[in-house]
Design a protein around this ligand. Sequence first.
Ligand code: NAP
Length: 346
Amino acid sequence: MQSFDQTLPILITGGSGYLASWIVKYLVEAGYYVRTTVRSLKDERKIGHLRRIAAAGPGRLEFYEADLMRHGDFNTPMRGCEIVIHTASPFLLGKINNPQQQLIDPALEGTKNVLYSASEIKSVRRVVYTSSAVAIYAEAREIMDQPKGTFTEQNWNLISDLQYDPYAYSKTLAEKEAWVIAQSQKQWDLVTINPTFLLGPTLSGRTDNVSISTIQQLMNGELRQGAPQLYFGVADVRDAAQAHLLAAFTPEASGRYLISAQTMSILEMAEIMRDHFGEAFKLPKKPISNWLLYLIGPWLGFNHRFLRGNLGYVPQFDASRSIEELGLSYRPVEETIVDTVEGLAE
Ligand code: NAP
């Protein structure tokens, strides 16, 4: 892959999203000609912050309406672009009434629609695709089977299904489909970004993102009686956004890039919050006992199978490709958590 023409437009799908908004902001601030798709141009709550980013410049930002489920919606915004960054995909956890309709169809059909458009629009040369660490692993206890004690880009989620973590299933199916489509043609290449759990400030002010709601649960005192002994990889949303830019502009970038700054427990997050904000929030001071969690887990949104697969296991992630090949630097998780809380408190 050769270097790109930096004067051509760059398309980011789902610009209203928590992660995509940062990608749009960084590109506009760097002076690029940016296009983004949103579901509705009338929803100011979702795109008001993008209009302000556009007004601040110096780059140019154009909006297009597109739905993942509508075939051909992405052709017009993609015309003339060499680089496409596909982030749009539903991110829902907890109780989901119709996982096929709410998660699998938009993730999978959206992937097909965007990538078929990429093949139709002859200017496209690279697609940066937002996958997830949940396409790499399903349960923290799988770490026991990893020869080097870490998850890497070699791993795939082989466990999730329509009933058991359908969000992870949607990301796994969709990323696999992306690789199949990419390998069926030679016009553009595919680079995937697989972030662990993202935290950090939100540009839109919206708090309906899953990432944000976890910190909100801590701030609201919902876990004050004790934190579940759950550990996950964490990365800053701003670093994940930079990873997309690096993947777009590094000609040699290829394959999957796992993005993770550090593995943390919910209790460790609460401790960071207490160190910085004192007693401002009713934070947990101890882990909740496992037997109690099994009792009340379903009420908190954790079913027994999930608890068996995750409780007490500490997953580790090898993000060295992102550092060595993309040149990504990670900010400390303390900074990420403090910035998230300060943003929400505002
Ligand atoms: P988000 O704020 O909920 O953004 C999701 C985006 O997808 C929104 O722009 C949403 O549009 C769009 N979208 C959903 N369904 C759509 C449809 N049918 N047609 C068109 N657009 C649709 O979530 P996020 O955290 O930024 O996630 C962005 C990407 O990062 C996703 O692919 C997610 O799987 C991935 N990811 C997120 C995390 C994390 O911890 N946040 C970690 C790893 C990977 P609306 O604004 O109109 O709803």
